[in-house]
Write a protein that binds this ligand. Structure first.
Ligand SMILES: Nc1ncnc2c1ncn2[C@@H]1O[C@H](COP(=O)(O)OP(=O)(O)OP(=O)(O)O)[C@@H](O)[C@H]1O
Ligand SMILES: [Mg+2]
Length: 384
């Protein structure tokens, strides 16, 4: 029986790349060099077990050997041409954005329609199909803060076992200001290499503001590379899944050129009463909630315009209320050594309506009805 080791080798590679970056960032050239060489070795092993992509991986391995050489030269004070942000550096940085996600569809309460739309999109991208049926390459998730946009992207990657590139737009901009378009090319090169991949661009509006007129040159360049990459993907005939998900709270700020690349625009709404009940259950699981009237709590959440994040905070506060009531002298235990603490356990009881009273007082939704109206209007004009 042939055992496929590439998955395990790939996760070791990702871990080693992170270690390389950490060493490189704190100037520990000796460890950085060792880690770069380890990356090269791992890529060579991956190349052996992936005959179809052998050449790509061998080329990457060679690039890591070059990085190791550059690090060594830097360590010994020699001047190295193109050390710093060479092409390799961008690929390496892109690979450090790979995140593992334990999130699954079942961790998301409500949003049934949105989940269905996303699942369909992914399934269509993966299935064999006539050439004229083009899968969506980009999905825009928009909606108020805390409604589960990041969670949805993570669930899509988690359930597919896809490589998840977690890109915070403004962080990339500030790290590679002026060179961020190379960074985007590196990102898509890495995403193709690690396919199936999901590239998740959070805070997408930071990249693409149609108003205000102060979009910098760097941002414009980055954006045009991103658009080229998105267009390019459309033309490449391959069974690879490479999906770009973008999330924003302010879809009205998006440039029309950008919007046109994201024909699938999904409104991630505040939860309805039923979804609120589900989210309440998700964030109180392990605890006895049999004496709670979840329906009434859910209705209260809807009245208060709570998002999933607000409900999570609500549950946390209710849980803390219960813990404080059951363990009145909790802070005194801070005197005990840690080993002794481990011998004791926290007293818990089921949650009751009382636990939620103060929590409802404390948690205020940042969203107003007029904000919601703005989302509804945008949805009507431009949405799915
Ligand atoms: N539908 C949901 N089901 C369960 N938990 C949720 C849901 N929506 C939000 N949450 C909780 O709120 C947290 C924040 O959600 P998330 O980060 O996905 O929101 P977001 O829409 O990306 O917000 P932002 O626009 O501020 O980035 C999640 O980690 C989760 O704990
Ligand atoms: Mg988010």
């Amino acid at each position: 029986m042939k055992v496929d080791l590439t998955g395990a080798l790939n996760s070791m590679l990702q871990k080693t790349i992170k270690e390389y970056r950490a060493a490189d960032e704190c100037g520990d050239t000796r460890s950085a060099r060792t880690k770069a060489l380890e990356c090269a070795g791992l890529l060579e092993q991956i190349a052996q077990s992936s005959p179809g992509q052998r050449e790509i991986y061998m080329k990457r391995a060679q690039e890591w050997r070059v990085i190791a050489g550059q690090v060594e030269a830097r360590g010994s004070g020699k001047v190295v041409e193109s050390a710093g942000t060479g092409e390799n550096e961008f690929l390496t940085y892109a690979e450090s954005l790979i995140a593992t996600t334990p999130v699954r569809w079942g961790d998301i309460g409500g949003l049934e329609n949105v989940k269905r739309l996303m699942m369909e999109t992914i399934v269509i991208a993966g299935l064999s199909k006539p050439e004229s049926i083009k899968p969506w390459k980009g999905i825009l998730l928009f909606g108020p803060p805390g409604t589960g946009k990041t969670l949805l992207a993570a669930a899509a990657a988690g359930s597919l076992n896809a490589t998840f590139f977690d890109v915070k737009a403004d962080r990339v901009l500030s790290k590679y200001f002026g060179e961020s378009s190379k960074m985007v090319s590196g990102l898509y090169a890495a995403a193709r290499m690690h396919s199936p991949s999901i590239v998740f661009v959070d805070e997408f509006d930071a990249l693409s503001q149609s108003r205000g007129g102060d979009t910098s040159e760097a941002t414009r360049k980055l954006l045009s590379t991103l658009l080229t990459e998105l267009d390019g993907l459309q033309d490449k005939k391959s069974g690879q899944l490479l999906l770009t998900l973008a999330a924003t709270n302010t879809p009205w700020d998006l440039d029309p050129a950008v919007l046109s690349r994201f024909p699938r625009r999904i409104y991630v709404t505040l939860p309805d009463p039923e979804a609120c009940c589900e989210i309440l259950k998700i964030h109180t699981k392990d605890l006895d909630c049999s004496s709670l009237d979840l329906g009434a709590l859910g209705a209260h959440c809807v009245e208060n315009l709570y998002s999933g994040r607000d409900i999570q905070n609500l549950c946390q506060q209710a849980i803390w209320h219960m813990i404080r009531e059951e363990n009145t002298n909790l802070h005194h235990l801070a005197e005990l050594p840690f080993d002794e603490l481990k011998e004791r356990s926290l007293k818990v009881r089921g949650l009751c309506a009382d636990d939620f009273d103060d929590a409802f007082e404390n948690i205020r939704s940042p969203i107003t009805r007029s904000d919601l109206q703005r989302y509804d209007e945008w949805m009507e004009k431009f949405g799915e």
